[in-house]
Unconditional design. Structure first.
Length: 407
């Protein structure tokens, strides 16, 4: 799945540092795996950097204990994104040594492919809000200079304090910059500088520019972005969530499905098998509730319909259990960085009655949609003996889904 398919198309490798153990954000997970708007921070960051087609391959550096967490993140990327990732490597004791591990892995890859990387970007996984503009400046810097870093002016006055908390002096603010990632370097120069630093026993330089400075290179700056924050503290996560929520747009999708009765002894409704004096004619299990719901979810994404993704002509869907269709559509929402917030469903038929199975069906829908049952409307109506449902010729269902999508 994590195959790196085309080394020549994208030629600016990026080392993504995701090996930290930072728990300052409070929750048990390292911050790069903490969930923000339903998606781990690392997934947000990967999607952000992969938006720039010039960047790749991406070499993630992770902590060996986090392999399963990392894999779960990669599974949330689309195939095109996955194909631009190299297999992750394990980080070192410090950030400095982790970047070195990523660079060494890229170098091995380059040698194996008889290929040279001219430049490289290094980015922190905890900076999930890297913008396309900032990436563009970093890519340009990577092609033009041997070492360049994004920087923003400092607005707070900075002071030195002693151990007792007493002010020992005031910094000259005009000459200070807060420095971010992605940082851009000549590949060979950065790898060399890291090897030198490690060989001299240095391990705790906090950014790669410092490694280059120590090796005697001139480091230049380009415009950073005040929104490109490093998610570190609990407040950072709260503010980030509020900002993302405000930037999401609500969309709705509508779904409708019908199946005709035929001979049989059960029907499937909302993922629950219900004994009945008839069955339904269908290629799959004929679950009108789950089919209407799937189409509502796909409709919210403007992403075709159930028949397009699971053609009835395809033998593999014969008798298929319909929960996989819903799961597929929910995954598509997450892949787009979206969030399902509410669904409402109406079943239309004379029989069977929904009531006795309502709680069980709600449980299935809750699990499939990742929603509490308070966010799932589930209703039934007859059509007063009129029309095909009224005459008992079949079942129909309508569904509507509300989804938040990034702008
Ligand atoms: Mg159907």
């Amino acid at each position: 799945m994590m195959t790196y398919e085309n080394p020549s198309r994208a030629s600016l490798p990026l080392v993504l540092v995701a090996a930290g153990r930072g728990h300052r954000a409070g929750e048990g997970l390292p911050k790069q795996y903490r969930v923000l708007m339903g998606v781990p921070v690392l997934v947000h960051t990967l999607r952000a950097v992969l938006r720039d087609e010039r960047i790749g391959p991406v070499q993630c550096v992770i902590h060996p204990d986090d392999l399963a967490l990392y894999q779960a993140c990669i599974d949330q990327l689309d195939h095109a994104g996955q194909s631009r990732l190299l297999p992750a490597v394990s980080g070192g004791q410090t950030r400095q040594l982790s970047v070195k591990a990523g660079l060494e892995a890229l170098q091995i890859r380059a040698e194996a492919e008889d290929h040279l990387f001219q430049s490289v970007l290094v980015h922190d996984a905890a900076r999930a809000f890297v913008s396309t503009g900032l990436l563009d400046r970093a890519v340009t810097a990577a092609h033009e200079t041997i070492a360049a870093i994004p920087a923003v002016a400092v607005t707070d006055t900075l002071k030195w304090v002693d151990e007792t908390g007493r002010v020992g002096g005031t910094a000259e603010r005009a000459r200070l910059r807060a420095v971010q990632t992605p940082q851009a370097f000549g590949f060979a120069a950065l790898l060399d500088a890291h090897r030198q630093a490690a060989a001299s026993g240095q391990a705790d330089l906090t950014d790669d520019a410092a490694v280059m400075e120590q090796a005697g290179y001139v480091v230049s700056i380009f415009a950073g972005d005040p929104h490109n924050i490093k998610l570190t503290l609990e407040e950072d996560f709260r503010m980030a969530e509020a900002k993302m929520q405000a930037a999401m747009i609500p969309v709705t999708g509508l779904g409708y499905d019908v199946h005709a009765f035929t001979t049989g002894d059960h029907v499937w409704l909302g993922g629950v098998k219900i004994a009945h004096d008839r069955g339904v004619r269908a290629h799959s299990d004929g679950d009108v509730i789950l089919h209407a719901l799937t189409d509502a979810l796909l409709g919210a994404l403007a992403d075709g319909d159930i028949g397009q993704h699971f053609p009835p002509s395809d033998e593999q869907w014969r008798g298929a259990s319909s929960d996989r269709f819903v799961q597929f559509a929910v995954d598509r929402i997450h892949q787009r960085g979206g969030r399902l917030v509410h669904v409402d469903i109406t079943l239309v038929c004379e029989t069977p009655r929904l009531g006795p199975h309502r709680t069980e069906i709600l449980g299935v829908l809750s699990r499939l949609c990742g929603l509490p049952t308070t966010k799932i409307g589930l209703k039934a109506t007859t059509s007063e003996k009129m029309g095909f449902t009224g005459r008992g010729e079949g079942l129909a269902a309508q569904a509507i889904a509300t989804v938040l999508l990034p702008d």
